[in-house]
Design a protein around this ligand. Structure first.
Ligand code: SAH
Length: 413
């Protein structure tokens, strides 16, 4: 190595150690990316990890910071987090002020996409976080009512401003805050829930095709329902025939659609309150061929195999089995157990509609698990459709984390 190169290395280290307080115009806090951080920014990933930047240790998190490269050139603005490993979440690629008008514009742009993708619909995910360029914010619309999750300090600190922007855009009657989720603890935030604006009735009705469902926005799971499966509910209904089984049914999104074509549907759900909603939803839609069983689906499936029961259409839509990479193996064992049993229960020529919302189990791993279940069940299985979440859950190119839901339609011979 020439002395010249060595000298250059000393003055331009890969990870600079200066952490002095930096501010941009108007006193806005500024953080500087390392070269690796700049690479990530260029690749389009909306997160920057702590090791890839230099920030003033005095920042408490929740700030909208200016982000610059090693030469001081502006790369954009981001929410800063002091607690999470994800230190930055990109908001913009310029220095437009991040104020109520900014949120209004982003919300309007997100909603415009839904109006094009789902014309005439009034129930959909309005904001899908990073994938709608609104990191740490999830908003679902159920007609006149909205249900939001503020997942990071940046959005939590601005929830009044965001609530105003949402209410103004939709002219909504009520807005629920469903930030009662554990991921907030990574940001040093407590889970919280309540009504942020207006009034919200105990249950809210919404359409899925010809079916009307009711969900409890305040006490139900997630934001009240699992809107990511809406299109798959309708598709499952189109395939259904004969004797059907819907495991992990929640408020009956799959079960009710299956019931429009199948002779009889058994809906298995562990939560009593969800099961009560399946019964009420079935009755409201005048579907009297749904049998609701409050049980652990793992036990139900094992007993059904032991009892030699048979079904023609089976849906499996369990909750996420792995919250992190470390639990992927256990998750795959869980998926295999239920899919193997479902295949054993299906009459030849029957259908299995099987989903996984675990991001850490990707398409390839899910497919491999299904192949292994089919081999153990000694059944031949065709993949008819490989589906994902609905169009109101866009995937941000360059951010694999925004694609998490898999839903395969299989025929089991
Ligand atoms: N299929 C639903 C969403 C399912 S979410 C839809 O499309 O809307 C997962 C559901 O599984 C939740 O309602 C949860 O209460 C239920 N659940 C969780 N563990 C369960 C188990 N072991 N057995 C049966 N249901 C379970």
């Amino acid at each position: 190595m020439t002395p010249r190169k060595e000298h250059r290395r000393r003055v331009r280290p890969e990870h600079p150690v200066r952490v002095e307080k930096r501010t941009g115009p108007g006193g806005q806090p500024e953080v500087m990316l390392t070269r690796r951080g700049v690479e990530r920014w260029r690749a389009g990933h909306p997160w920057i990890y702590r090791a890839d930047l230099q920030a003033d240790p005095g920042l408490s998190g929740g700030e909208v910071v200016r982000v610059v490269d090693g030469r001081g050139w502006l790369l954009g603005q981001a929410f800063y987090s002091a607690a999470s490993k994800i230190a930055l979440r990109w908001l913009s690629w310029d220095d437009t002020p991040v104020d109520e008008a900014f949120f209004r514009e982003r919300i309007a742009a997100a909603d415009e996409l839904r109006r094009r993708a789902l014309p005439g619909d009034t129930t959909y995910r309005v904001v899908h976080g990073e994938a709608d360029l609104l990191p740490g914010l999830v908003v679902d619309r159920y007609g006149d009512y909205l249900s939001a999750q503020f997942l990071v300090k940046g959005t939590d600190a601005r929830k009044e401003q965001i609530a105003d922007a949402l209410m103004a855009h939709f002219g909504a009657k009520g807005l629920v805050n469903r930030s009662d989720v554990n991921v907030r603890t990574l940001e040093g935030l407590e889970p919280e829930k309540g009504i942020l604006r207006g009034e919200v009735p105990p249950t809210v009705a919404y359409q899925e095709g010809f079916i009307t469902l009711r969900a409890d926005l305040l006490q139900g799971q997630k934001t009240g329902a699992f809107l990511d499966q809406r299109e798959n509910h309708i598709v499952a209904g189109q395939y259904a025939f004969g004797e059907a089984l819907d495991c992990f049914s929640y408020v009956g999104g799959f079960a009710l659609q299956l019931a429009t074509r199948a002779q009889k549907v058994t809906a298995v759900e562990i939560s009593e309150s969800a099961a009560a909603l399946i019964r009420a939803n079935a009755e409201a839609n005048r579907l009297n061929n749904i049998d609701v069983v409050v049980a652990n689906a793992f036990d139900f499936l094992r007993d059904a195999v032991d009892e030699d029961r048979r079904f023609d259409t089976v849906v499996l839509d369990p909750p996420s089995f792995a919250k992190n990479k470390a639990s992927v193996d256990a998750a795959l064992r869980g998926y295999k157990e239920i899919n193997l049993r479902a295949m054993q229960l299906i009459n030849p020529g029957g259908l299995l509609i099987t989903a996984s919302c675990t991001y850490h189990v990707d398409d390839a791993a899910f497919e491999q698990m299904l192949a292994s279940a089919a081999a153990d069940a000694k059944r031949r299985v065709q993949i008819v459709e490989r589906r994902g979440a609905g169009k109101d859950h866009p995937v941000l190119l360059g951010m694999p984390e925004s694609r998490y839901l898999k839903c395969f339609v299989l025929r089991v011979s």
